[in-house]
Design a binder for this molecule. Structure first.
Ligand SMILES: Cc1cc2nc3c(=O)[nH]c(=O)nc-3n(C[C@H](O)[C@H](O)[C@H](O)COP(=O)(O)O)c2cc1C
Length: 215
């Protein structure tokens, strides 16, 4: 995470891990365009690189006591950012299991970060997936912004593995990024403050007991 006057660190998360996924070329386009805009230090984060299995942590993520190295790596990466773009496909009118799983792994690491969405799919441009994700991200206290990029009929804009958006789609990225930068600035004091003390966690009493060996 940056200090107050540093450039905003933006992570663009490619939200599908399927072989042959379009998430990666779409995320590459968004990352290159965001880097050109100049408001951010941009990093493309590929979920495949983190190899997260289906959530296998024994404790609630709010406690931040992680049993597995893959979770610690994922946590350290997400903590670095000030703002996020989730590049999300639409599977059965909802988000991909891999993106949802990656969100569920953590809690405090997402808190008070703004998030914008680049979605894609068929006629609806992935928007139904975004509507579901917006509800979920507010539970980890992220701020989903209304400005968004939606790509209908995404396959029509793919050639040789590269995504080239039509002008109206390309033109919707800059306003979303400008808003993300404003929100990242406004939320900076909250995001850099220590997290509030957690309420008792839902689940059995063991959810609130540190695992053996935890300092
Ligand atoms: C299981 C599954 C469900 C899908 N459901 C939808 C859907 O509800 N809406 C839609 O527009 N596209 C749907 N699609 C098509 C995806 O938009 C398309 O396959 C896209 O490339 C998926 O993203 P990815 O390539 O990054 O994994 C679905 C694809 C799969 C594999």
């Amino acid at each position: 995470m940056r200090s107050r006057d540093d450039t905003v660190k933006l992570q663009i998360i490619a939200g599908s891990t399927r072989p042959g996924r379009l998430a990666l070329p779409v995320a590459r386009w968004a990352a290159e365009a965001a880097a050109k805009q100049g408001d951010f230090e941009v990093e493309l984060v590929d979920l495949v690189d983190y190899g997260l299995p289906l959530l296998d942590e024994p404790g609630h993520p709010r406690a931040g006591r992680y049993a597995h190295e893959h979770t610690r790596r994922w946590s350290a990466k997400i903590k670095e950012a000030d703002a996020f773009v989730f590049v999300t496909p639409e599977y059965n009118y909802g988000p991909s299991a891999s993106l949802l799983n990656a969100v569920n792994y953590l809690h405090n690491e997402w808190m008070y970060a703004p998030v914008g969405f680049v979605s894609y799919g068929g006629i609806a441009g992935g928007l139904r997936s975004v509507q579901v994700m917006k509800q979920i991200v507010t539970t980890v206290r992220m701020m989903p912004i209304p400005e968004a990029v939606a790509v209908p009929f995404v396959m029509q804009h793919m050639k040789d593995g590269e995504f080239t958006p039509p002008p109206p789609v390309a033109g919707s990225l800059a306003p979303m990024l400008s808003e993300l930068a404003r929100w990242a600035d406004a939320l900076h004091p909250l995001r850099t403050a220590p997290p509030p003390p957690p309420p008792p966690l839902p689940g059995p009493p063991s959810a609130n007991t540190p695992p053996p060996g935890t300092p």
